[in-house]
Ligand binder design. Structure first.
Ligand code: NAD
Ligand code: GLY
Length: 378
């Protein structure tokens, strides 16, 4: 049998690696990995719900390719990105006596990928790592680009490493069981690529996105995933460690992260929902600061709001619990964002639909004014 060709390749200074995207790919996981990894030994770190549904398919494919492997399950959800879960995972992995050629395979959403990737980066000073993402968010964003980590009581993703995987295997079929709210949250990151880098893709999403999500159309979802991964691969290839252009991937995240923090990273607001609200806010701020040509700006804001509303994503924080309503607290949280330098407000903004820039020193008065306007009219 001819080996499956990668759909995309990510080329960074620390590693180049393939991304495979194909419905039904999970059943070929073992044979693909056999030719990419240094040895047929693996520790699979799996989201326990995902393992329950899809573990047998992956296990059969690894066994057919003559891997010797162990499964370590971890609960999905943000709570697993913690010191205690990391410690338990490291100790459970070490009890299996891995050597430096034993791969860690993350099988789950962004939580499992971030946790297992960080563990892989520090176990024996670095084990080969594979991402098999099972949420839309993980397929289009977190599995590509090598950011790994856990949360600290001081904030989200503050402990971690840049550690690129050896391969990313994406089987869109597993999205059929993903709860719709989670699918939508991942879709916010898809829309982000259109807004910051690809106006034609955004226009395609305006026409096909809602149906792709509603019907869980695998052909359209595969296209969406491939386009998104291609954008992420290009940006990460230019700037692996976020010294420049990679910061644009944080479009919508300044307010989004502040809202998540205000709500204690709870189920009241999923990450992608915060990003959706943050993208609308950032587009309105771009208009307010005169960055978008005046004759276009109203239309750009309308298209962003209309598309996110059409698919069912939130566009304003006024419906969130009271903890997310205090503009002054949100401002303080935004000033502490990882992009901010010396607590000066920094936003990723648009100067056109499909083109973004990092704007430093955004006046807090403008941000406060817009938060207030949105509350009345948004
Ligand atoms: P998640 O991993 O918690 O998964 C969400 C839920 O979906 C979980 O309950 C999980 O059990 C369930 N699930 C997963 N796959 C399923 C499937 N196929 N069918 C049914 N249920 C399934 O959350 P997420 O949204 O995938 O990831 C969020 C995390 O990703 C956050 O911690 C965020 O910080 C991180 N993230 C990281 C990066 C990065 O570059 N590393 C980028 C974006 C987000
Ligand atoms: N999700 C943002 C990044 O990977 O840089």
């Amino acid at each position: 049998m001819t080996p499956l060709q990668p759909t995309l390749t990510v080329s960074t200074s620390s590693r180049s690696y393939p991304i495979f995207i194909q419905p039904g790919l999970l059943a070929q996981g073992g044979s693909i990995l056999a030719s990419l990894l240094p040895a047929k030994r693996a520790i699979v770190v799996a989201d326990e719900a995902v393992w329950h549904r899809y573990g047998q398919v992956l296990a059969d494919s690894l066994a057919a390719a003559e891997f010797s492997f162990h499964i370590l399950t971890v609960a999905g959800g943000e709570g697993s990105k913690s010191y205690s879960q990391l410690e338990q995972l490291l100790e459970r992995a070490l009890a299996l006596a891995p050597d430096r050629q034993t791969a860690v395979i993350a099988f789950g959403g962004g939580v499992i990928g971030d946790l297992a990737g960080f563990a892989a980066s520090i176990l024996l000073r670095g084990l080969p790592f594979v991402q098999i993402p099972t949420t839309l968010l993980a397929m289009v964003d977190s599995s590509v680009g090598g950011k790994t980590g856990i949360n600290s009581p001081h904030g989200k993703n503050l402990i971690g490493s840049f550690y690129q995987p050896h391969a990313v295997l994406i089987d869109p079929t597993v999205l059929t069981t993903l709860p719709h709210r989670q699918l939508l949250a991942g879709y916010a990151e898809v829309v982000k690529y259109g807004l910051i880098a690809d106006a034609d893709f955004f226009a395609w999403l305006e026409h096909h996105g809602a149906a792709a999500l509603k019907d869980k159309d695998l052909a359209k979802l595969s296209y969406i995933i491939e386009k998104s991964c291609a954008h992420k691969a290009t940006i990460v290839g230019m700037d692996e460690r976020e010294g420049g252009v990679r910061a644009l991937l944080n479009f919508g995240h300044t307010l989004g992260h502040a809202l998540e923090a205000a709500l204690g990273y709870s189920d009241a607001l999923l990450h992608g929902e915060g990003v959706a609200i943050g993208m609308v806010f950032a587009t309105e701020l771009s208009q307010h600061l005169g960055l978008i040509a005046p004759e276009l700006s109203q239309q750009v804001v309308k298209r962003v709001r209309d598309h996110l509303t059409a698919v069912g994503l939130p566009i304003h924080h006024r419906h969130l619990p009271a903890a997310a309503q205090d503009s002054q607290s949100l401002l303080t949280l935004m000033a502490g964002d990882k992009k901010a330098v010396a607590r000066r407000l920094t936003f990723v903004l648009l100067d056109a639909l499909g083109h973004a820039l990092v704007q430093r020193d955004v006046p807090s008065a403008d941000v406060l004014a817009l938060l207030a306007v949105g509350r009345v009219n948004g």
